[in-house]
Design a protein around this ligand. Sequence first.
Ligand code: F6R
Length: 241
Amino acid sequence: MRIIKVKNYDEVSVKTANLILGQVNLKPDAVLGLATGGSPVGAYKKIVEAYNNGEVDFSGVTTINLDEYRGIKRNHEQSYWSFMQENLFKHVNVREDHIFIPNGENLNSEEVCREYDKIIENAGGIDMQLLGIGLDGHIGFNEPADHFEKNTHCVELTESTIEANKRFFESKDEVPRQAYTMGILPIVQAKKVIMIANGKNKADIIKKAFTGPVTPEVPASILQMHPDFTLIADEDALSEI
Ligand code: F6R
């Protein structure tokens, strides 16, 4: 694993955006695995800036997002669909039929999950997967468990995740309790994986995930085994290692 240590969130965002832009410029039909949450917002801004400067073309790119809340309307302002539209898709020329996010409106978990696995398979897997990390070590919404779940599945969000995500909703009660998430397999099979971590509150979990044992109790720890994994983090997030 490679660690890129930078001073602050802005530098995290610049480095992350540059890796993604490099990927797309090298392979115009790249399959990007994308994340939501606070961590990638700055990188998406930088990517939009680069697009506006004519530095990148997304017309051949396919995007496959990690996750979506179960039982949320696509156009709900906190759906991951809306997040991606607002932060990236509506500002660049990704083709709409090349954008994939689990269908949170469909409550038939079996159907959603099998469809999503098919989508990932048909895309030929992921060239570059972008990740954040949850305070409990989750990647996507692969929450701590006694085994790694390989394929797309429906999860009960942990108390820690509901607590962390309530900042995006009017109240904690409104945070959905379940989500669909890509499984661990396509993440570890991605050719390149990059993770963003910033801020002091990520320092403990970064230490656990990358200096502790590989265990499904800390899902991100599996990335220690990935042949091309880059952690882009600020000094605060790296302060415990
Ligand atoms: C989001 C996702 C989550 C987040 C994680 C960190 O699509 O898959 O794993 O990356 O919860 O969230 P932030 O970046 O808000 O700290």
